[in-house]
Design a protein around this ligand. Structure first.
Ligand SMILES: NC(=O)c1ccc[n+]([C@@H]2O[C@H](COP(=O)([O-])OP(=O)(O)OC[C@H]3O[C@@H](n4cnc5c(N)ncnc54)[C@H](OP(=O)(O)O)[C@@H]3O)[C@@H](O)[C@H]2O)c1
Length: 270
């Protein structure tokens, strides 16, 4: 069995979720992970033969075939300088928000196999939506897709759609959490205790998503039609939500996040 040696450079919220996801995934017996950050006050998991933690980026990179950069944009410059000479022939994956393939090329070298990814924190439970773009090297894109397919679902997109993917997929986790929280709060007001309300809200959300996932031809609106009886309580509630601006608020929120992420990208590119 061929081992996949992966260095995760920057093990914060996302990097740690990737580690967790990989160790629970179908790849769990195949991976050898070296995870880095500048200081480890306490190791998040015990080290094993498959997982080690270090502060030494150079060592982690030179001992791995796939390198995942998962640091904040402003932290990347120093790391790029530190490891760029060690990256030849490796599959390089960045999760860094706002850093385009063009920017990555400029910092690391255009001859490299570069993949840009936008996962979300559901990667820790192998349910990430990960959008990927690449600079023409199909083989490395495939290698990245094989990894992220074990951690949820993937979609290869054009690099210019990455900002939109960041909003819809990565920030999307926060948006959906707030919706679940809001429906939970409503449930509490209607008489459930907090735990029961959350249980019902989460399973109902999963149910709605599962219906749509079961058949790509099903449209959300046709499912709404199945639940809304004429003059019934569901349509009354739904219309009230729309009078209060539910769809409009969501779309405005997405566009607002998009404007901000575009500003961040423009700043990084300057
Ligand atoms: N969180 C998400 O849901 C999400 C989703 C998609 C994309 N992203 C993007 O992914 C990147 C990481 O996000 P995050 O939320 O995980 O950020 P984070 O929690 O701030 O993690 C960044 C990690 O990088 C480490 N680091 C900084 N400088 C380093 C260096 N020189 N060498 C090694 N490690 C270093 C930091 O630890 P030390 O300070 O100890 O070094 C920290 O643990 C960001 O660009 C973010 O925009 C995040």
């Amino acid at each position: 069995m061929e081992q996949i040696k992966i260095a995760i450079i920057g093990t914060g919220n996302l990097g740690l979720s990737i580690v967790k996801g990989l160790l629970q995934s179908d790849l769990k017996d195949k991976v050898k992970i070296i995870a880095t950050r500048r200081k480890w006050n306490k190791l998040p998991f015990p080290e094993t033969e498959q997982l080690s933690f270090t502060t030494d980026n150079k060592m982690a990179v030179s001992q791995s075939d796939v390198i995942i950069f998962s640091v904040q944009p402003e932290q990347f410059d120093a790391i790029a300088l530190e490891v760029k000479s060690l990256l030849k022939e490796k599959v390089i994956i960045s999760t860094i928000t706002g850093l385009t393939l063009k920017g990555l090329k400029e910092q690391l070298g255009s001859h490299l196999k570069l993949v840009r990814s936008m996962p979300n924190t559901a990667i820790g439970v192998s349910q990430s939506m990960t959008c990927l773009s690449h600079n023409g090297d199909e083989e490395s894109a495939k290698a990245a897709q094989n990894i992220f397919n074990c951690l949820g679902k993937t979609l290869i997109i054009e690099d210019e759609l990455m900002q939109a993917a960041t909003v819809l997929g990565a920030s999307g986790i926060a948006f959906w959490m707030r919706l679940i929280r809001a429906t939970t709060q409503g449930g509490i007001q209607l008489g459930f205790d907090a735990q029961e309300a959350k249980f019902i809200a989460v399973q109902t959300c999963l149910g709605a998503a599962s219906i749509l996932e079961s058949d790509e031809n099903i449209h959300p609106e046709s499912e709404i039609d199945r639940v809304t009886t004429p003059k019934g309580c569901t349509i009354k509630g739904l219309n009230q939500m729309e009078h209060e601006g539910m769809s409009s608020a969501l779309i405005h929120g997405l566009v607002s996040s998009y404007e901000m992420i575009t500003e961040i990208k423009d700043k990084i590119e300057k």
